[in-house]
Design a binder for this molecule. Structure first.
Ligand SMILES: CSCCC(=O)C(=O)COP(=O)(O)O
Ligand SMILES: [Mg+2]
Length: 235
């Protein structure tokens, strides 16, 4: 029996095009200005940005005092869709401005919003696991056309627990949730994420959305339970 559901965001609850054509370009446009002007932020925000730049320097081997090279590295990582934790943290800080200013609304499919509400009302614990930072996850679900969906979620996981294709990440999430793996359903559009969750003993469902699918439904169904939207997910 499923007692908890952990969902991916991009390609699962939300469209790939929103992430790649709205969020990523917005972060790219504002990254340099955001970092150069970090000094003008309040102390805590400045400290947060500085910590992330420390980590960019550590991961890239670029000198910590070469701000322009660090910015270029971040822009290159956006182009590569690199799931680097400091990039994801900085993107979240930049998107926060965008959501607050009303530059965009977080995209969530209607079926996802409807079923998340239904499952929540049934007493199923809901969690998010995305490469986007926990801050970014709360922002996308907090600013949807269906209102603030964050009260539906019991918890959020990002790459602080590890990469989404690593078995250990799902083992960590299972421990944190405090249920057996087979009592938790993981939803994703990415085969390698489903593979890792399955090895960690979670149940899985592969989302093959019409305009977002990277795989045919018949091919995917040979390996995992599949759903074209949340209404087809069997609990
Ligand atoms: C939290 S919205 C932005 C998502 C993001 O930055 C990303 O890289 C997509 O990752 P996901 O694990 O949701 O596919
Ligand atoms: Mg995804």
């Amino acid at each position: 029996m499923i007692k908890a559901i952990v969902t991916d965001i991009e390609g699962t609850t939300s469209s790939i095009s929103f992430v790649h054509e709205v969020l990523f370009p917005y972060a790219k446009k504002h990254m340099a200005g955001f970092i150069r002007h970090a000094e003008a932020l309040n102390d805590r925000a400045q400290h947060d940005v500085s910590n992330q730049l420390d980590e960019v320097a550590h991961l890239s081997g670029i000198q910590r005092d070469d701000t322009e090279a660090l910015i270029q590295q971040l822009l290159d990582w956006i182009d590569e869709d690199k799931k680097a934790t400091p990039l994801k943290a900085l993107q979240g800080m930049i998107w926060q401005q965008g959501y607050r200013q009303g530059d965009f609304v977080g995209h969530v499919y209607k079926d996802a919003a409807d079923y998340l509400k239904q499952w929540h009302d049934q007493g199923i614990d809901l969690y998010v696991y995305s490469s986007g930072s926990v801050n970014a996850q709360k922002l996308i679900f907090g600013h949807t056309e269906f209102g603030d969906l964050t009260p539906l979620f019991k918890g959020y996981f990002d790459t602080q627990v590890g990469g989404k294709r690593e078995v250990e990440s799902y083992q960590h999430i299972i421990r944190e949730i405090g249920l057996k793996g087979e009592e938790i359903l993981f939803l994703s559009d990415i085969e390698q994420e489903l593979d890792a969750a399955t090895i960690a003993t979670m149940q899985t469902c592969w989302l093959i959305r019409k305009h977002d699918s990277r795989m045919s439904i018949s091919e995917a169904a040979k390996k995992y339970l599949v759903a074209r939207d949340f209404s087809e997910i069997v609990i």
